[in-house]
Ligand binder design. Structure first.
Ligand code: OOB
Length: 549
């Protein structure tokens, strides 16, 4: 019998896998089957739109089959890993469905990734091909791919999705248009196979590879679409980079396709671009990270925006949405806010669209599946009493049992019983909703007193002169760690100072040991590839003395 999964994939124990099938979580449907079904049922409905394309389900289906046939000619087939580094444009969807149809595994790289991430990703995945774009936002992605190929022994093919036929490509690169063949016979694909490799969103080190199967991922897509109440009238706007799990599947572009709705895309998430896209495409739902949500809210509060009246739901996730911001989103944008706490490894929690406002503002929601199992444990792994603070561990029908080919990371991140250690500190409220208290590392240990970065940030945000705030712990010879606050001034003419900020926080009745030791005013915070504020880079800035004050 043919090997059905690559050897470096840790499957669910067979008993459990059988249970998920019996329960109807895993249905045996592949992503190729999904597109077949929609193309048969609603061929003329619009599946994907961007500024340059408008494809029906029938067209998307045809294009993905045609490209799959062409890629097979290159020798790309079952279990082959293919790096995909594309901006948000229609071809992204065509490319990943072509690979799904071949049983080949897209490896979802972000447009922001560069050599330092891509070479280790190419090596760890032993990818044989890379699909990229030409010049995008003044950066030459084809040249980057060429240099990755030169440093990665297994990487043979570089294929480029490019608009400009005149653009000179590196010698090793070929235009993807050469591989649009007359659709031919395609191989059978097994739903229990790994469908793709997602990258961990970890804020340290090189991303780890996350193997997700058709069975488990489609279940998460389906549940997400149900919870977010998607239907054939849905127009989901992808503004975050779609390689990321949030806009990919929570419910994201795949949820919109599952529901028979439309995926709309913008190449950048700024209010200027996204607001016109909302008006133009009649967008009903979108997902944002908190720093972007803040930009959108500020822009909308300033008045005279394009018509946003079709927009019904704005999801915020990826990092903690501060309450102060959460309160402003609904009124400013005229939408229902939905908080999303998820991870590429699996578990995704949502506030529900009809939840009481207090739960929507103050919590990060509850698991999407009744079969998700969550435990909150102390540092020794013992369960904490109900409602207590602790480390979240989880397992369930769409949470992986191991990273791809990475025994060291697996030993750290999974318990012997197969629980995934999320690295997140949480509290579960009596109503079942989770409050995410931060990453275990986001607590500053100041001479033994633990200070929650999130808690202090909330106090700082209440200061009228502060637009946004991030608190990090930085090494201190005497205290072990000191509390450093990075803030953006609401008005550049009036920069908050350490003395005024401390006085303000003290006024609010906060314990003296939680006062920031330094306040650094910056114009913007460094961001990760998906736009989350990077605490790691802020710590580095301080360590390098770039902002010493
Ligand atoms: C999403 O996925 P990743 O893999 O980029 O990052 C996961 C980590 C979580 O472990 C947590 O530390 C943080 O990001 N996080 C949040 C959060 N959502 C994610 N922390 C606080 N509040 C939230 N709402 O970021 C992701 C994947 C699927 C859906 C949404 C987000």
């Amino acid at each position: 019998m043919a090997l059905t999964v690559p050897p470096s994939f840790t499957p669910w124990p067979s008993e459990e896998a059988r249970r998920y099938r019996e329960l109807g979580c895993w249905t045996g449907e592949t992503f190729g089957d999904l597109l077949d079904a929609r193309a048969a049922a609603i061929p003329e409905a619009v599946a994907v739109v961007d500024d340059a394309h408008r494809w029906t389900y029938a067209e998307l289906d045809h294009r993905s089959r045609s490209l799959a046939t062409g890629l097979a000619r290159l020798g790309i087939g079952r279990h082959d890993r293919v790096l995909v580094q594309l901006p948000n444009r229609a071809e992204f969807v065509e490319v990943i469905f072509a690979l799904f149809r071949l049983g080949a595994l897209p490896v979802f790289c972000l447009p922001a990734h560069r050599q330092a991430e891509l070479v280790p990703i190419a090596t760890a995945s032993a990818a044989t091909a890379m699909i990229t774009t030409g010049v995008h936002q003044r950066f030459d992605y084809a040249a980057l791919a060429d240099s990755i190929r030169a440093q990665s022994p297994t990487l043979r093919h570089v294929l480029v999705v490019a608009d400009d036929p005149e653009q000179r490509l590196p010698q090793s690169a070929r235009r993807i248009d050469e591989f649009r063949d007359e659709p031919g016979e395609l191989p059978p694909v097994d739903a229990s196979d790994v469908a793709f490799l997602q990258l961990s969103g970890g804020s340290t080190g090189i991303p780890k590879l996350i193997p997700r199967t058709h069975d488990d991922y489609l279940y998460s897509v389906r549940r997400s679409a149900e919870i977010c109440e998607l239907d054939s009238d849905t127009v989901y706007l992808a503004t975050l980079p779609i390689a990321h799990n949030f806009p990919m599947s929570s419910p994201g572009i795949l949820g919109a396709l599952w529901a028979g709705g439309t995926v709309a895309m913008t190449p950048d998430p700024t209010p200027a671009t996204a607001f016109s896209a909302i008006e133009k495409f009649g967008v009903t739902i979108t997902g944002l990270v908190p720093p972007l949500a803040r930009l959108w809210v500020e822009r909308a509060e300033a008045g005279s925006t394009p018509d946003l009246s079709t927009l019904r739901v704005v999801q915020v996730g990826g990092a903690r949405c501060q309450e102060e911001l959460a309160r402003r989103i609904g009124p400013a944008l005229g939408v229902t806010l939905q908080q999303v706490f998820g991870m590429a490894e699996g578990l995704v929690c949502y506030t529900r669209l009809d939840d009481p406002i207090d739960a929507v503002i103050a919590t990060q929601g509850r698991p999407m599946s009744e079969h998700d199992r969550l435990e909150v444990v102390d540092d020794d792994g013992a369960e904490v009493p109900p409602g207590g603070d602790g480390n979240l561990i989880t397992q369930g029908p769409y949470t992986i049992r191991g990273y791809y080919d990475n025994p060291e990371a697996n030993a750290r991140s999974f318990t012997a019983e197969g629980w995934y250690r999320t690295g997140d500190m949480v509290r579960v409220r009596p109503d079942g909703n989770l409050v995410v208290l931060g990453r275990a590392g986001d607590w500053v240990n100041r001479g033994g007193e633990k200070v929650s970065a999130e808690e202090l940030e909330e106090h700082l945000l209440a200061h009228p002169g502060i637009r946004d705030a991030v608190v990090v712990g930085t090494p201190d010879r005497i205290l072990g760690q000191r509390i450093s606050a990075f803030v953006q001034a609401a008005d550049p003419e009036h920069q908050p100072t350490l003395a005024t900020v401390r006085a303000f926080v003290r006024e609010r009745g906060v314990a003296a040991w939680k006062m920031p030791d330094s306040v650094v005013v910056v114009d913007r915070f460094p961001e990760t590839g998906v736009g989350k504020t990077s605490r790691k880079e802020l710590r580095q800035l301080l360590a390098e003395g770039t902002h010493a004050k």
